[in-house]
Ligand binder design. Structure first.
Ligand code: GLN
Length: 304
């Protein structure tokens, strides 16, 4: 398959969708991003890299980091402990919702909504002593980009507007579902969200999800069944309360973030990352979803 031709066609198809969404405005640091950007990268399991549009421009990974924190917890623990503290069912509610936590005794529905990611970050903190630095080092190694860094302005802005995430964390702590102090858990969570990466960096760093758990250097990060599980939870929960719609349109495991990025996996073949900052009301990139929809239509490479 001529990947470059496919990406060029997907980018042309997605262009008219680029201005349709709204750029995230819950923090000033994200609001400043131009809505006109669009990029797409594809990394084959053999490491070949292709891209179109703004595919080498860094953006705020935001909730895409939740994929990597879950993978790192599994890689460090290789046990099922995390699943006694977080579920794996779609929530059907917005990513920052509080409501289900009370019904379910402080156990979040899945690791990809904010509440679940806070629990995963807490576990990573216990396992490694420094959750956010562990993630940054891993992403640098896997992407091959030593320049990856936290964006201090974004992290500070998240903290300044972090009442909702703090509330989620305190509420879960009241049920005994956090091991570390709330301020430290939310601080590491904000740092993870603030990491700046391009489509190229993210598609490369997520390659272990397409290679059944093998890292870029061929060593094993996860057992194949662990990589399978992360992909399954991405498919069912990775795009929040639009996961059903996303499976219907795209049919790939995917994780979105309010920076406008979406990381998607074609297991056994490749990883893709799309970026366009305009979001739909569920917090998913409008042009990004359209691009992935068109990609699986052109290639026939959905998991179905
Ligand atoms: N930093 C954002 C938050 O915690 C991440 C949300 C997202 O990308 N969906 O609200």
């Amino acid at each position: 398959m001529d990947y470059q031709a496919v990406l060029d066609e997907v980018a042309a198809y997605a262009r008219p969708f680029v201005r349709q969404g709204e750029v995230a405005d819950y923090i000033p640091a994200l609001e400043r991003v131009s809505p006109d950007r669009f990029g797409i990268a594809l990394v084959d399991i053999d490491g070949s890299v292709y891209g179109a549009g703004d595919w080498e421009t860094p953006f705020s990974v935001q909730s895409i980091s939740k994929t990597f924190s879950l993978a790192l917890v599994m890689a460090h623990a290789h046990d099922d402990e995390i699943w006694s503290r977080v579920g794996r069912e779609p929530s059907g509610t917005p990513f920052n919702s509080l409501v289900q936590l009370e019904w379910e005794n402080g156990i979040p529905r899945n690791p990809f909504i904010n509440a679940g990611a806070l629990v995963v970050t807490d576990r990573l903190q216990t396992l490694t002593g420094d959750a956010s630095t562990t993630m940054l080092h891993f992403l640098r190694e896997e992407s091959g980009n030593e320049d990856l860094a936290f964006d201090q302005a974004v992290a500070d802005s998240e903290a300044d507007h972090g009442d909702r995430n703090a509330a989620l964390a305190h509420f879960m702590a009241s049920f005994g579902n956090l091991e570390n102090p709330v301020p430290s858990v939310i601080e590491h969570y904000f740092w993870q969200c603030s990491i700046e990466m391009s489509c190229r960096d993210l598609a490369t760093a997520g390659g272990f999800l397409a290679r059944h758990g093998l890292r870029t250097d061929g060593s094993r990060l996860l057992e194949a069944r662990e990589a399978k599980r992360i992909n399954a939870v991405m498919l069912t929960c990775g795009t929040y309360d639009a996961a059903g719609e996303f499976a219907y349109r795209v049919g790939l495991p995917a994780k979105s973030g309010v920076g406008g990025g979406i990381l998607a996996v074609v297991p056994g073949r490749c990883t893709l990352c799309v970026w366009s900052p305009g979001l739909d009301r569920r917090g998913n990139s409008v042009a990004g979803a359209a691009a992935l929809d068109h990609f699986t239509t052109l290639t026939g490479w959905s998991v179905f």
